[in-house]
Design a protein. Structure first.
Length: 229
């Protein structure tokens, strides 16, 4: 467990496009810079002993963006998963991809399956990427799985639903960080974040550095988590 008490960190990586616009750059440059920030913060999580990191990479609503931008992002996901697989394996990091896969390309689905298979037994840290993900859709899919298994209504409780989510044994996030000044969950881990601490950063994601990260952990350490008590 990390000294600050954060075992599972979840991040809504917001502001790539705004960061690029402020600098007169195309959105793609913001996404490239955001990818580098994700790598830097991932390294920082490893160094601080955080056991799970979940990031919101592409929501079900993001398909509304231009075909050019969506295509760029999907290509970036493919490239990242292929190029970083050796990094994950050397550091014993388990990779999980959460979300529906039917709209993803066959090549990306195959890369995801390969990364998950090759890292499934690692336990130093779990890195989960929410890709084509929506919190409400995850609950819909969980209900469908429960119905398909013909589980009786009387047998359904909170643990039943949790077991049928995309990551069935996910530890609940201790802390959710959202960057770029927005203060909402935007359909991210709605079930899992019921008792998570929320922290809003004014920094756009590409500017969210290790100093900001440590400040967030320090802020978390001052909070009293009562879980309804």
């Amino acid at each position: 467990m990390s000294p600050e008490g954060v075992k599972h960190l979840a991040i809504i990586m917001d502001g790539n496009r705004r960061w690029a616009k402020q600098r007169g750059l195309p959105p793609f440059e913001g996404h490239r810079r955001g990818y580098q920030t994700m790598k830097d913060i991932g390294e920082a999580c490893l160094a601080r002993g955080i056991e799970s990191l979940t990031v919101y990479a592409f929501s079900t609503e993001n398909w509304k963006r231009t075909e050019e931008e969506v295509g760029f992002l999907m290509g970036l996901f493919e490239q990242a998963l292929k190029e970083e697989l050796s990094f994950f394996m050397e550091r014993k990091i388990r990779v999980r991809i959460l979300g529906r896969r039917e709209r993803l390309s066959e090549s990306l689905v195959n890369i995801i399956a390969d990364a998950e298979e090759q890292t499934k037994d690692f336990d130093r840290m779990t890195f989960a990427i929410c890709l084509n993900y929506g919190g409400r859709l995850e609950l819909v899919d969980a209900v469908k799985r429960i119905v398909s298994e013909e589980i009786s209504a009387d047998a359904i409780d909170e643990s039943t639903i949790a077991k049928h989510l995309y990551w069935s044994d996910m530890p609940e996030p201790d802390l959710v960080i959202r960057t770029s000044g927005e203060e909402r969950l935007s359909n991210f881990l709605l079930w899992e974040c019921a008792y998570s601490e929320l922290l809003w950063s004014q920094k756009h994601w590409p500017d969210f550095d290790e100093t900001e990260f440590d400040a967030a952990l320090q802020e978390f350490a001052t909070r009293q988590r009562r879980h309804g008590k």
